[in-house]
Design a protein around this ligand. Sequence first.
Ligand code: ADQ
Length: 467
Amino acid sequence: MNIYHISAECYPIAKVGGLGDVVGALPKYQNKIGETSSVIMPFYNNKFTQSHTFKRVFSGRFNLGRPFGFDILTLEDNTLGYDLYLVHIPELLYTDYVYSSNDTNRFLGFQIATLDWLVQLEKKPDIVHCHDHHTGLIPFMMSQSYAYHKLRTTPTVVTIHNGQYQGWFSHNKIHLIPPFDFSKAGLLDWKHLINPLASAIKCAWKVTTVSPNYMEELKYAANGLEDLLRYESGKCVGILNGIDDKVWDPATDDNLIQNYSLKTVVSGKKANKQWLCKEFNLNPELPLFAFIGRLVGEKGADLLPQIFHNSLVHKNLSIIMLGSGDSSVEHQLDQLKYQHPGHYNNYIGYNERLAHIVYAAADFLVMPSRVEPCGLNQMYALRYGTVPIVNKVGGLKDTVQDFDDNGFGILHDGATVHEGSFAIHRAINFYNDADRFKKNRNLIMKIDHSWDSSAQAYINLYNSLIL
Ligand SMILES: Nc1ncnc2c1ncn2[C@@H]1O[C@H](COP(=O)(O)OP(=O)(O)O[C@H]2O[C@H](CO)[C@@H](O)[C@H](O)[C@H]2O)[C@@H](O)[C@H]1O
């Protein structure tokens, strides 16, 4: 089967968050099963594109108010485990960032150029798999735009990684979408705006999201799309994300200060913890708690300053925070450095290598998310022998069970300061029960969250669409 994943992010080419991880891993595992799975993404101006060489496989021009030229590039010396195609539109996409506050034209251009290329391929795609709203107009264009008539019978799948972001824009840009029968314009609309995510839900053959529990939650809280998701529930399914267990393996991860396996976990985690604590002036003798992620409301980031402060006053833990986002949360967190020297520190920004070291060094990872479609951090934590402390939502509920309930992590019921602080208190008691904590660490490192079974679940879904 010839599968094309279309996405704004793909690790290691360009990653802002979990979308990049998923698109960088899923095709690799689908190829392992024996399918032909490729990725199409924008050609950004970044470290990866500057340090690799590419060859052109197609050139074209499209109209977006005025003509734009574009090239489809492919990677020379590709060791990614899947074919990679980059859409190079110098005037729209060749930027040193992935997202900005004004992305409508950028991602419209990306989608149009992608289809202009796909439609003229001799070997038609068997499946077009779109990820998030940046590629959400593709199912509409494939089924309605005259220019893509040849792709009308190609099944489309859309995966919602985050239903909060929908990419809406005004109807006065409708003329930028390649011509279609105007009586079908309703397929683009949601609440008087063109809503790419809503359009994808209406037009794709199947809609998936990244955990079964989040699929259920979306029917009641989807930033305005609840009714639509309930109405379309017959074609919706939740498939739990996996992790790339080649990239995320403490035994081989070359980001780490010291590698470790199940056998060497005690000394290995200790070496990483000591390095990190020295680097960030933290006490390595105390249990180390970590947060990694975007500092936004969905992640419960606004709760962190108070949760951390409540815990830090007892002086019985160290905390490292790695993330960026809301500037007032960044500022409040940064202040904790001065209030709790030796016990709290942070890195405000994005740092892939440091994230790997933090997963390895920490004893606990906190995730007080209000919304968490799947969450990858808790799965990385488990693989690195770090106990996740999570609010019981979305995919966190699907992947973490409480240690007091025959499980291995810490669950709290609600994204509140009280719940988050009390969970840390429980974690410290757990840590002090050294035998139980050690046994638990061995158990969590063995949990298999690799992509194998979910990659197969997607293949089964595609098969159900191929007539
Ligand atoms: N400052 C920083 N420095 C270095 N690395 C950082 C970082 N901040 C975050 N990361 C990394 O980015 C990734 C975040 O993944 P998540 O799944 O938690 O988040 P995200 O909300 O972006 O994704 C959305 O899509 C994914 C994929 O479907 C869903 O799991 C998730 O619930 C949904 O919100 C992890 O690899 C993490 O280590």
